[in-house]
Design a binder for this molecule. Sequence first.
Ligand code: NAD
Ligand code: UDP
Length: 338
Amino acid sequence: MLILLAGGAGYIGSHTAVELMAAGHDVVIVDNYSNSSPEVIKRIEELAGRSVTACEADVRDSSAMRLIMKANPVDCVVHFAGLKAVGESMRKPVEYYRNNIDTTLTLLECMKECGVHNFVFSSSATVYGEENPYPYVETMPRGSCSNPYGWTKFMMEQILEDASRADPELSVILLRYFNPIGAHPSGRMGEDPQGIPNNLMPYVAQVAVGRRDHLTIFGNDYPTPDGTCRRDYIHVMDLAAGHVKAVEYAATRKGTDIFNLGTGTPCSVLDIVRAFEKNSGVPIKYEFGPRREGDLPEFWANADKARTVLGWTAARTLDDMCRDTWNWQRNNPKGYAS
Ligand code: NAD
Ligand code: UDP
């Protein structure tokens, strides 16, 4: 199949591109490089061993998207193209709503015009909100989100469900990611945040490589086994493999279906620090600080549905996640600019 990856030069999109190509599919990547760089395309081609069609465009630009879809007989769209920093979304809510919602609407409109019927969406565990008990199951209602980023995911899920209800041809798969970390095992591709990392694993990796002095752990008084927050960290290569299954499944059915992509096992912030130290051999300096606003004490996935319906499970361990992150970071201390 030919898969259009909107935002395919980003962290999750680039790993997914390599996995889709390894499974025999072809990809067209559309990205405006607002949070990535064209160097990523070269790395994808290097790892896949063949060339990729890459278009520099804003996914909100319907004339550009229409041209791209008319020029390429796309079977499925995977929509990664979003702004994703929770804190920034509180400061720039309008920008987040504009970018995230408009990209989704433009893709849906252009797909309809061009006869593309399969849509896989990058959603997030954040849509379960604060009300739901963990582990989260797909049958739970969406909850209330604590920030505009989360609300964009909530709204885009609703938009996509409504669109598929109204269009009997449309197949929508909502993938709710838990906490993606790790990198391609080659060390050639990984997460390359701009500026100070917001997320735990890239922050730890930058402390290890000497770009940051120390990690601040946000809170050690949570009602969890060691007092630090617990999350369901998943290797980005497992996540990428989940997209291959989802794209193939999307082509076999209609309507909306939802899948958690997580391991089903929680890890604390201190578990991550210790596992990273073990796998890198580098001590991670840290101190405890106050809780970060909006953080839930803990949550993780019930990943049964992806296993039974898609035939997918997360195969890689926390050691794999730390080893591959370190391999990427030490080989590319400044990310793709190294
Ligand atoms: P990323 O920022 O690395 O990738 C997103 C890509 O989209 C970037 O290359 C960026 O340049 C591009 N982009 C953004 N707006 C665009 C636009 N209007 N037109 C064209 N390109 C545009 O992020 P990621 O970590 O790969 O996340 C991918 C998706 O998964 C996002 O929608 C994100 O919200 C979602 N998600 C990520 C996580 C995570 O922890 N990384 C967790 C849950 C959900
Ligand atoms: N965290 C931390 N220090 C940091 C970044 C994150 O202690 O510099 C904690 C954060 O409080 C949360 C966990 O690490 O408990 C995972 O945070 P991240 O931002 O990576 O993912 P989230 O689950 O918030 O999307």
